[in-house]
Design a protein around this ligand. Structure first.
Ligand code: ATP
Ligand code: MG
Length: 201
C-alpha cells in the first residue's frame, strides 16, 4: 500500500468535497430579500432572530421589529435594541394573552398589529423586519394567513423578513425561503430552573 497513513486518500476526498462546495457557491449568485421562518418547540427562535438584528445593524442596515405576543416587558433584547437609532421597535400584542378567551378582542388587536407590520413591510428603508411570535395569531385565526402572505410577497425586493413562533402554518412554510425547526431536546425549566436573565429574557 502506497499510502499507509491515508494522507493522500484524505487529501483527494477533501479536494472533491471542495469542488462540490465551490460549484454550489458559484451556482448561488442571486441577491434578494429572503423570508425566514424559525419554528418548533425548542428554545432559540426569538434569540436567533435578534442575532440577525445585530448582524444587520453591524452592516449599517435599518431594522423593524414587531412583537405579536408580549410575554414580558423586561427582555434584554428590547432594552438593548430599543435604544438603537437604527431600530423601529413595536409591541403589538399588548392586550391578548392565552387567558383572554375573547376572540373578538384578540382578532381586533391582531388586525391592528398587522396594520403596523404592514407599514414595516412597505418601508424600503428597512433591510430586515422581524415579526416575532407571528405564528400564534395565524394559528388561532386572529389574523388571515392569505392577507399576511400577500403583504409579505409585496414587500421591497431586498427586504429580509424573519418570522418566529411555534407551530408555523404549512402555507407560511411553503412561502418561506429558509425554514428552521428548532427541536426541544432538553430545557432547564423542566429541571426547576426559572427563566434566567441573559439566557431566557
Ligand atoms: P428564546 O427567546 O429564548 O430564543 P424561543 O423564542 O425559541 O426562545 P418562545 O416559545 O418564544 O421560545 O418562548 C420564550 C421563552 O420560553 C424563553 O424564556 C425560553 O427560554 C422559554 N422556552 C423556550 N422553549 C422552551 C421549552 N421547550 N421549554 C421551556 N421553556 C422554553
Ligand atoms: Mg420567542
Amino acid at each position: 500500500m502506497d499510502d499507509p497513513t491515508g494522507v493522500d486518500r484524505h487529501r483527494t476526498r477533501m479536494r472533491r468535497k471542495k469542488e462540490v462546495v465551490d460549484a454550489k457557491i458559484a451556482a448561488a449568485q442571486a441577491d434578494r430579500g429572503v423570508l425566514l421562518v424559525l419554528t418548533g418547540n425548542g428554545k432559540g427562535k426569538s434569540s436567533s432572530a435578534f442575532g440577525m438584528v445585530a448582524r444587520a445593524l453591524g452592516h449599517g442596515m435599518k431594522v423593524g421589529v414587531a412583537q405579536f405576543i408580549k410575554g414580558r416587558s423586561d427582555t434584554g433584547e428590547e432594552g438593548f435594541f430599543r435604544r438603537h437609532p437604527g431600530v423601529h421597535w413595536h409591541v403589538l400584542g399588548e392586550g391578548f394573552t392565552w387567558e383572554t378567551q375573547n376572540l373578538a378582542r384578540d382578532t381586533e388587536t391582531a388586525q391592528r398589529g398587522w396594520a403596523v407590520a404592514r407599514e414595516l413591510l412597505r418601508d424600503p428603508g428597512l433591510g430586515l423586519v422581524v415579526l416575532d411570535e407571528l405564528t400564534y395569531p395565524l394559528k388561532y385565526g386572529w389574523l388571515d394567513i392569505e392577507t399576511a402572505l400577500a403583504d409579505l410577497a409585496a414587500r421591497p425586493r431586498m427586504q429580509h423578513v424573519v418570522i418566529t413562533g411555534r407551530a408555523a402554518p404549512a402555507a407560511l412554510i411553503a412561502a418561506a425561503d429558509t425554514v428552521t425547526e428548532l427541536r426541544d431536546v432538553k430545557h432547564a425549566f423542566r429541571a426547576g430552573v426559572r427563566a434566567q436573565q441573559g439566557v431566557d429574557l
